[in-house]
Write a protein that binds this ligand. Structure first.
Ligand code: ZN
Length: 97
């Protein structure tokens, strides 16, 4: 197991593992140790943590009803097309699970 201090580059590269809690304990220690001395990486972590929130907010935008209806029609037409094109694998979404 590596015991070398974590570099900025490694900290940034592995930030996702850290935030999602899938980083091995040993590496978490190294990363946190690095961040105690590196305000730049702390800043990066804060920006990184804000990202999902920003994405969630942008996903709140509703699309107009007419556009939604058009979209559904397209999806359904697509499914029908697929069902006729590939008779050997009919689309049965309910029974696939
Ligand atoms: Zn750093």
């Amino acid at each position: 197991m590596r015991r070398t201090p974590m570099t900025c580059r490694e900290t940034v590269r592995r930030m996702m593992d850290y935030v999602e809690g899938v980083m091995p304990r040993d590496d978490v220690n190294r990363l946190e140790h690095h961040m105690q001395k590196c305000p730049r990486c702390v800043e990066f972590l804060q920006a990184y943590r804000r990202t999902p929130e920003i994405l969630r907010r942008s996903a709140d935008v509703r699309i107009p009803r007419a556009a939604a209806r058009r979209l559904w029609r397209t999806v359904r037409a697509c499914q029908q097309q697929q069902a006729t094109n590939r008779r050997w694998t009919p689309l049965k979404p309910d029974r696939r699970k």
